[in-house]
Design a protein around this ligand. Sequence first.
Ligand code: SF4
Length: 313
Amino acid sequence: MGCLMNERKQYLYGPVPSRRLGRSLGVDLAPHKTCTYDCIYCQLGRTTNKTIERKEWVPTKEVLAQVQEKLSTKPDYITLSGSGEPTLHAHLEELIRGIKSVTDIPVAVITNGSLLWLPEVQRSLLDADLIVPSLDAESEDIFQYVNRPHSEIGFDQMLAGLREFRRLFKGQYWLEVFLLNGVTTVAQRIQALRACIETISPDRVQVNTVVRPPAEGYAMAVPRDQLEEIAAQLYPGAEVIAPCTLAGEGRPSSEGSDDVLDLLRRRPCSVADIAAGLQLHPHEVAKCVARLLSEQKVRAHAHEGTQYYEARL
Ligand code: SF4
């Protein structure tokens, strides 16, 4: 099993199975865990560097070189996201242009949307193919409770940014709405959220809930049937993001695939997640994970009946 033998790609992970983007080559533009928010449901744990400072958090040239090396893995999307908020990277525009100059693979940016009111952030995203911003709250109170934003970001400003960028951006704009049981499942809040979404008018709305272990144990998942009902109330055609159905193809790690440990440094995954993302047979993944556990490089924890693995940082 050569999963640990591959050269480590410091700023890339995957391709990983994405519930909406197929096989997604992830590009990490902010170090763990640098974000404008500290969401109670975050699968990366609590934010250790809550900031709105935009700077070259990771070296632009190096990231571009690594992306180019990984194009042979033929991902469905090159996705800028990762261990924090990608719009905090000050050279985002150069990065997106650089990627698009070497490949036709579409570029997606998964952002919390907190900085879309900034003209420089708006400009930097215009060349992307798909932007997936988030909206989890309908009021300042719930915004503070769920997203725990940086003190200089207010709900009204954030929402105005989501609307404004929608008007400027010519690509696809999919809004992700993350719902928490007992918090955003209250009827009144659903109606208010719907009103907010209508003013944004995204191409698609995707509804999500807690799937992987959250930063705070009290962030509770919404049951699937309720999620479907709420999606139908929120926006025409709103969809619940389906669990990933990609399956490992049973062939050995292809040249250039990231290793399991690299993937687990970025996010907790089940054996099935790893197998699908790295195109490995689940048995091979299980062996690799067992080895990493015995070497104390990863730890395991169960969440809602599924065993997840994450790297010990
Ligand atoms: S869920 Fe996203 S926006 Fe929220 S804290 Fe985690 S990385 Fe930041």
